[in-house]
Design a protein around this ligand. Structure first.
Ligand code: NAI
Length: 704
């Protein structure tokens, strides 16, 4: 088996070891063994002066095989792994890298004597992103190569580092032009170093450790700096401990320490959640029932209707990924206002250093404001983001029907309106669908693709692909009220308000969710966004629908002029010029007054009860959505919560988290609350079914 996965050929006195394990040359069983056999062959063969290690196809070794983690798979021991054996080779080995060298890939490359790479290559140790540390000597070798400071940054963030930057740090010895023949260049390089003595061996390097001697507090500083962000996650801290071991222990002890630190991470809940999220994300992008032969549409030019908050953000998303986009509004003033906001947003990014001025200029050039529909007719996709009013949207779609070229995607960013109704007057209904972005649209990565009754498979496939093209994570949704993301979150939001009526305080609810891993609680978020928006929506809905459930406490705060941060008070009070929320006795008093006037008896809640009331309500709704086949996979719901609502990634997602409690316990609790608290807790039939079998909610898949 290893013979197929790894090839060894001799060319011009150089032994070329090629890993050929498509699609990304992951280090699955057989690959390490194959590398070891090849190195042994090379050392034995008197014709071989040096060796090259490279990957076939589109990449070097992209990393470990993630599916192997947590399965108790037997691993090679310390001293037996390629990362231990490569550097003991009598003949020098050159890692020749293209595509990606990540995780185990970079660790393998660092065990070689030299590393050369094509300029478009990216390298990194991203294990932390799946709750692990680089356990193949990565935490011990990288600090030796680049110094502990850069190593900490790379290992704790897990970021992909472009080749030029990596060469600057010393990860790479030489860069090769992207058009050059990697194998030929690598052989040339190997010949040039074949007789050089001594051979560089990373594990023996120590010169970069001076950095630590000059700044021995660096590790504690790093721990402190991630304290808040990495709360609840052991991996980032273990990464720091391991890098510290690299500079404080001899290499042989350091790699033992690395393995000790790795072991508990592999089975940690955080790593399980992160690994689940990794696969759920890849899964979400796949449409399970796409008819064979569905044509893929190419998207080269975009258009957005409405230069408001969302339209501007959507246009930026296009430009950020190099897709030219026209943005149309009904008046010059609205266009100017919209373009100003886009410019201001980019200027902030430049100030923060996340993009350069040149990048800002380039992106702005890609966004062209227009007033006439005729100007957008040639776009491959148009996304409508005008006011949330059916009549206005229908009018826009009639105009689009008249001007857009055949086959263009006609998408609406509506958050609440039935997409079938929006496209009711359009003749080419197969091209119509929903493309629901989240605010701020240039930042939030979720794109919910909503399938209308008559949307063609090509349209849905293209809308999903569009998301990917502009850096989003696309997930499919059926055309149900609120679609999947907001509908599944609705009960969470409603329950948060009800909890206050029943006796909890905003700061208590927020604390529970921050402790759970959210960056902010829902009431603090409300203050940030502005409470007046929801107030206006509630007033409108109450006028339209007499059964609409009011939010008396929030309404009272708004009547008092407390709109959140912008007015210095909302659910919390704020000091001038400071965004820190302070609990406010006036709010507690107001809650008491409102609830006593309504005759609601207040009680106290435990933190666990608060968390369960909020999240179980949404788990139940998500099950109802799945039951109606408006979502196909529970894991898609999880992706929506991760990318649309900032649900803590290390918890996997709503449904993955639910499985850590168990479907049976959740069902039984919901039945009890249904009896106690009324019809809003009606249990989902699907939840009941899964619970009766002791099944996993995150594994629900509904097809057809
Ligand atoms: P907005 O009020 O900021 O912007 C709407 C823009 O559309 C304005 O610039 C307006 O001049 C323009 N417009 C109105 N009628 C037009 C017409 N007939 N032709 C051309 N332009 C027209 O609204 P926002 O917040 O950007 O929302 C837009 C859409 O996005 C709505 O459907 C909303 O439900 C949806 N949405 C909003 C989210 C949010 O958080 N604000 C999140 C997700 C979706």
């Amino acid at each position: 088996m290893s013979g197929q996965l790894v090839r060894f050929e001799v060319e011009d006195g150089i032994g070329v070891i090629t890993v050929d394990n498509p699609p990304v040359n992951a280090l699955s069983p057989g690959v390490p063994e194959g590398i070891l056999e090849s190195v042994a062959k090379g050392n034995k063969d008197p014709n071989v002066k040096a060796m090259v290690l490279m990957g076939a196809g589109r990449s070097f070794i992209a990393g470990a095989d993630i599916r192997q983690f947590g399965k108790g798979a037997k691993r090679l021991g310390i001293g037996e792994r390629p990362v231990d054996v490569l550097e003991k080779s009598e003949k020098p080995i050159v890692a020749a890298i293209h595509g990606f060298a990540l995780g185990g890939g970079l660790e393998t490359a660092m065990a070689c004597n030299y590393r050369i790479a094509k300029k478009a290559t990216k390298v990194g140790l991203p294990e932390v992103l799946i709750g692990l540390l680089p356990g193949g000597c990565g935490t011990q070798r990288l600090p030796r190569l680049v110094g502990p400071k850069i190593a900490l940054d790379m290992i704790v963030t897990g970021r992909h580092v472009p080749a030029e930057e990596a060469k600057g740090y010393g990860v790479l010895d030489a860069l090769i032009d992207d058009k050059a023949d990697l194998r030929a260049e690598a052989i040339k390089f190997a010949k040039s170093i074949a007789d050089k003595k001594p051979m560089p061996i990373v594990s023996k390097m120590t010169t970069k450790f001076d950095e630590y001697k000059n700044d021995p507090g660096m590790f504690d500083k790093m721990r402190k700096s991630i304290e808040k962000k990495a709360k609840g996650q052991p991996a980032p801290f273990a990464c720091i401990d391991a890098v510290e071991a690299a500079v404080t222990l001899p290499y042989d002890q350091g790699i033992v320490r690395e393995r000790e630190l790795f072991a508990p991470l592999e089975n940690s809940d955080a790593s399980k959640g992160l690994r689940y999220a990794f696969f759920a994300e890849r899964q979400a992008g796949r449409l399970p029932d796409l008819p064979e032969g569905t044509k893929q549409k190419k998207i080269e030019k975009g258009a957005v209707i409405g230069a408001g908050t969302m339209g501007g953000g959507i246009a930026m998303s296009f430009a950020d990924f190099g897709v030219p986009v026209k943005i149309l509004d009904s008046t010059q003033e609205a266009l100017d206002r919209g373009m100003k906001r886009v410019k201001d947003n980019y200027a902030v990014a430049v100030k923060r250093g996340s993009i350069t001025q040149a990048q800002m200029d380039e992106r702005l050039k890609l966004i062209e404001p227009v007033l006439a529909y005729e100007d957008i007719g040639q776009a491959d996709v148009v996304i409508e983001a005008v006011f949330e009013e059916l009549g206005v949207k229908q009018e826009v779609f009639r105009k689009l029907d008249a001007v857009m070229k055949p086959g263009a995607l006609l998408l609406s960013n509506t958050s609440t309106i039935d997409v079938d109704k929006i496209g009711a007057d359009v003749k080419r209904k197969k091209d119509v669908a929903g493309a629901h972005f989240f605010s701020p649209a240039n930042v939030m990565r979720l794109l919910e693709v909503v399938e209308g009754t008559e949307s063609a498979p090509e349209t849905i496939a293209a809308a999903m692909q569009l998301g990917k093209q502009i850096g989003k994570v696309s997930a499919w949704a059926g055309n149900t009220d609120g679609f999947v993301a907001n509908r599944s979150r609705g009960p969470f939001t409603a329950e948060a308000s009800i909890l206050l009526e029943d006796g909890a305080l905003p700061e208590q609810v927020d604390k529970v969710l921050v402790d759970f891993g959210y960056p902010m609680g829902p009431f603090a978020v409300g203050d940030l966004a502005g409470l007046d928006i929801g107030w206006a929506v509630r007033k409108r809905k109450a006028a339209e629908d007499p059964t609409f459930r009011k939010n008396p406490i929030a309404d009272r705060l708004c009547e008092m002029g407390r709109f959140g941060q912008k007015t210095g008070a909302g659910w919390y009070r704020y000091e001038k010029g400071d965004r820190t929320p302070h609990p406010d006795p006036i709010v507690a008093q107001t809650i008491k007054e409102v609830t006593s006037s309504l005759g609601i008896k207040q009680r106290s809640f435990t933190e666990d009860e608060i968390l369960r009331r909020l999240l179980f309500a949404s788990v139940n709704e998500a099950c109802k959505i799945l039951e109606e086949k408006k979502a196909r996979r529970a894991s898609d719901v999880d992706i929506m919560w991760l990318y649309g609502f900032g649900f803590p990634r290390y918890r996997g997602g709503l449904m993955f988290w639910a499985d850590t409690i168990g479907s049976k316990d959740i069902y039984e609790q919901i039945v009890r609350w249904h009896n106690e608290l009324g019809p809003r807790w009606r249990p989902s039939a699907l939840l009941k079914e899964v619970a009766s079998k002791g099944g996993k909610l995150s594994e629900i898949v509904m097809m057809g």
